[in-house]
Design a protein around this ligand. Structure first.
Ligand SMILES: Nc1nc2c(c(=O)[nH]1)N[C@H]1C(S)=C(S)[C@@H](COP(=O)(O)O)O[C@H]1N2
Ligand SMILES: [Mo]
Length: 166
């Protein structure tokens, strides 16, 4: 009887530890591939970048205010080709963005670069004043000029820069 109780108590404690550890696991964002400085970012690391906000209509047809940082600034920090280097064969570089559920979307690098476009693609962390919830966050891409929201990828986990040169 005593042994049973001890065993049960041990199991409960173990379960508690597993749940606590799981709750503490913070989702990170990895930037890799054709970059000079691969990065693994936590949400708190984004505080070092300027906050940008976009008021846009999501698929629900309602306007939402998303806040976050410019995707370009993160890529620049990772050392992706930009400015005078974004010419010639570098124009076939692409950005593959992958989510926790296996969903993937792709942008060509010049779609993101401010020398090519006025659109600021956002890596959002907030919606309507609240942190993005599980299932959407902690990181989501917002691309205001895309009429369809299909590339507004939720639960972003990794960003891989590739080179389509043949
Ligand atoms: N991770 C992930 N992001 C995703 C999708 C998905 O299946 N998985 N669907 C996309 C599609 S097709 C649309 S229309 C929008 C829908 O955004 P909503 O969930 O805010 O309505 O999310 C996009 N982002
Ligand atoms: Mo969609």
């Amino acid at each position: 009887m005593f042994l049973k109780k001890t065993l049960f108590a041990t199991l409960v404690i173990q379960l508690f530890c597993v749940v606590t550890l799981w709750a503490q696991t913070e989702s990170t964002l990895a930037i890799s591939g054709e970059v000079s400085v691969p990065l693994t970012l936590k949400k708190s690391d984004l505080a070092a970048f300027e906050t940008i906000s976009h008021k846009v209509k999501d698929r629900d047809g309602k306007e939402h205010e998303f806040k976050g940082v410019a995707l370009f600034e993160l890529l620049k920090k990772a050392g992706v080709s930009n400015g005078a280097q974004l010419r010639g064969e570098n124009l076939v570089k692409y950005v593959l963005i992958q989510a926790a559920d296996g969903y993937e979307v792709l942008y060509a690098l010049p779609e993101i670069d401010p020398d090519f476009t006025d659109q600021i693609i956002l890596l959002a962390t907030e919606k309507d004043g609240k942190a993005l919830e599980n299932g959407e966050g902690p990181f989501r891409i917002i691309t205001p000029n895309d009429k369809k929201q299909a590339r507004w990828i939720r639960e972003v986990r990794s960003i891989k820069v590739g080179f389509a040169k043949e």
